[in-house]
Design a protein. Structure first.
Length: 169
C-alpha cells in the first residue's frame, strides 16, 4: 500500500506524453491530406489545360483542312485561321519568342465553373512535300502546316503547349 505523499504525478506525465504524441500524429495526418489535396488540384488543372490545348489543336486542324490557307510573309488571319509564313532556320521558334504577338484565341473550353481559352497560330511550311512518301513517283505538291496551341497559366491553370504537323493536299 502506497502512501499518498509518495505519489509523484507519474500518471499526469504519461497522459501528457500520450496527448503530445496523438497531437503530433494528428498534425502529420492533416499535413499529408492537405498535400494530397493540392496534388489532386494540380493534376486536375493540368488535365483541363491539356484537354483545352488538344481541343484547340483539333479545331484548327479542321479549319486548316477546310481552307488550306497559304501565306508568303509575316502573320495574318486567312479564312479565320491565324497563319504565319515558315520561319527561317536561324530564327528563334515563335513559340519560344516572348515578343511574338500573333497568338489567336481558339474556342474556349469549359468544365464546370472553369473556362479556359487556348491560343494558337499556324505556320505554313510550304507545298513542296511528297503527298505519298511510299510512292516514289508521287508529285511534291502537298501542303504542310505546323500548328501550335497553348494554354497560359491563369486562374491557377497549369501551362500547356502542344504542337502538330498537319499534312493536306
Amino acid at each position: 500500500m502506497t502512501k499518498h505523499g509518495q505519489q509523484k504525478g507519474v500518471a499526469l506525465i504519461v497522459g501528457l506524453i500520450i496527448l503530445a504524441v496523438m497531437m503530433l500524429l494528428g498534425v502529420s495526418v492533416i499535413r499529408n491530406v492537405t498535400t494530397e489535396e493540392r496534388m489532386a488540384g494540380n493534376s486536375y488543372s493540368r488535365s483541363i489545360s491539356f484537354q483545352a490545348a488538344d481541343a484547340a489543336l483539333r479545331e484548327i486542324e479542321l479549319k486548316v483542312e477546310a481552307n488550306k490557307p497559304t501565306i508568303s510573309a509575316s502573320c495574318n488571319t486567312v479564312s479565320t485561321v491565324m497563319v504565319c509564313a515558315a520561319p527561317a532556320a536561324t530564327d528563334t521558334p515563335r513559340w519560344l519568342d516572348s515578343s511574338f504577338a500573333s497568338w489567336a484565341n481558339a474556342t474556349a473550353v469549359t468544365s464546370g465553373s472553369i473556362s479556359v481559352t487556348p491560343q494558337y497560330f499556324v505556320e505554313y511550311l510550304g507545298n513542296t512535300f511528297t503527298c505519298d512518301p511510299s510512292d516514289s513517283s508521287a508529285t511534291n505538291e502537298c501542303k504542310r502546316y505546323r500548328i501550335t496551341t497553348r494554354v497560359q497559366s491563369s486562374n491557377g491553370q497549369s501551362p500547356v503547349m502542344l504542337q502538330s504537323l498537319y499534312a493536306t493536299d
